[in-house]
Write a protein that binds this ligand. Structure first.
Ligand code: ZN
Length: 316
């Protein structure tokens, strides 16, 4: 099961109870899943289509409970959908206009042009905004698994995008539009906004799952960064040690180390033997051990005397 279908399954278990929220859900589902069939002389029929039988049941119950409409239910095997079953709910002609007026998609006086309006409460009440976003997600939404990326989107239309973005903005969620082939999409991309969107819709279990994945992902990123940093330091240390060892070796072959002060000879020999050692480790190998800054100082003197100004010692 994908993260998207987990979220949808969770959302389908939330039943809107208040009449205002039921109308809000119906509004979003009508905009996502319904088409209007014109029958001439201003007659109109609303028909919902969905591949998801649980969503078809949801629409059926909402029409029945909120609008006292009993739609006609048929199933169609759809060639285009690879033989999957399509549920079709058709609202009788006598009820279709009443439904569209209630949803503010047409005005009382006319049955001609169709407006993509929404019930006022879908904008003004938080419970109804949540219901509208939830139903929009059920009807045409998807969310990427948080293991891959943070992205939640709704299939929309030019007329609807503005409404969706305004409703999201009232919950301080930033929605943006994009076009994909001939579809318009409203999407949410920031991790915090995806979480807020799940919270708004009421998908609390999915939200917890996402937060857990986020925490692990952040911890993993931090560990990776720390490891990369350690490796970079180690590399620097190794290359500084190796270049010191090379310089000391070539000096000793040409001049021998015997003429240098005792403590520099000792350090030089240790470095040739241990090019990979850190300055701290070298300090511990001395007959009279000294700390890192003492070794650093001594190494600079040694490098200066053998004629190689070495500025890399600081890094090791
Ligand atoms: Zn409400």
């Amino acid at each position: 099961m994908s993260f998207s279908s987990d979220v949808k399954e969770e959302l389908l278990r939330i039943q809107p109870e208040k009449p205002c929220c039921m109308l809000s859900e119906l509004s979003a589902l009508t905009q996502c899943c319904a088409s209007l069939r014109l029958a001439g002389r201003g007659r109109i029929r609303v028909a919902y289509e969905t591949e998801n039988p649980a969503l078809a049941k949801r629409i059926f119950l909402l029409l029945k409970r909120r609008m006292e409409i009993t739609p006609q239910l048929e199933f169609n095997r759809h060639k285009r959908l690879g033989g999957r079953r399509l549920s079709i709910l058709t609202v009788p002609e006598a009820d279709s206009k009443r439904l569209l007026v209630a949803l503010r998609m047409i005005q009382e006086s006319e049955a001609g042009p169709v407006y993509k309006g929404v019930p006022r409460a879908a904008m003004t009440r938080r419970c109804c905004r949540a219901a509208f976003i939830r139903a929009s997600f059920l009807g045409g939404g998807s969310v990427t698994s948080p293991e891959q990326a943070y992205r939640l989107e709704f299939i929309s239309s030019e007329a609807r995008s503005d409404t969706l973005i305004r409703i999201l903005a009232k919950s301080r969620i930033e929605g943006k539009t994009a076009r994909r082939r001939d579809e318009e999409i409203v999407y949410v991309r920031k991790g915090d906004d995806v979480v807020s969107c799940l919270a708004l819709m009421g998908a609390h279990r999915s939200l917890m799952d996402m937060e857990n994945i986020r925490i692990n992902r952040d911890a993993r990123n931090r560990a990776n960064r720390a490891m990369n940093c350690d490796q970079a330091n180690l590399k620097k240390q190794l290359s500084a040690g190796a270049s010191q060892a090379r310089a000391i070796t070539s000096y000793s072959l040409a001049h021998s180390l015997g003429a240098l002060p005792q403590e520099l000879q000792e350090l030089g020999r240790l470095r040739m033997l241990h090019p990979e050692a850190s300055l701290e480790e070298l300090g511990q190998m001395l007959q009279e051990p000294i700390g890192k800054s003492g070794v650093n100082h001594r190494m600079r003197r040694l490098m200066a005397m053998i004629g190689k100004e070495n500025t890399e010692t600081d890094n090791a």
